[in-house]
Write a protein of this length. Structure first.
Length: 66
């Protein structure tokens, strides 16, 4: 069996990638309604953080078994 952090890493890797790609898409095609902090591009920052942390957790626990 794999530890729970293996699957948490996979989920964060996947969700972070989707959020990051959404941020890239919103830079290319800006939405009609602009929010107050939209110029900081939080989708890109948080997507990258989630992707990197998920990749780290996946890489760290890929060979472990319980």
């Amino acid at each position: 069996m794999k530890p729970i952090w293996f699957f948490v890493g996979l989920i964060l890797l996947f969700m972070g990638g989707l959020i990051f790609l959404t941020g890239i898409f919103q830079i290319i095609n800006p939405p009609e309604r602009v929010t107050v902090l939209s110029e900081t591009h939080p989708n890109i920052w948080w997507g990258a953080v989630m992707f990197l942390f998920g990749g780290f957790m996946f890489w760290k626990t890929r060979k472990q078994t319980v």
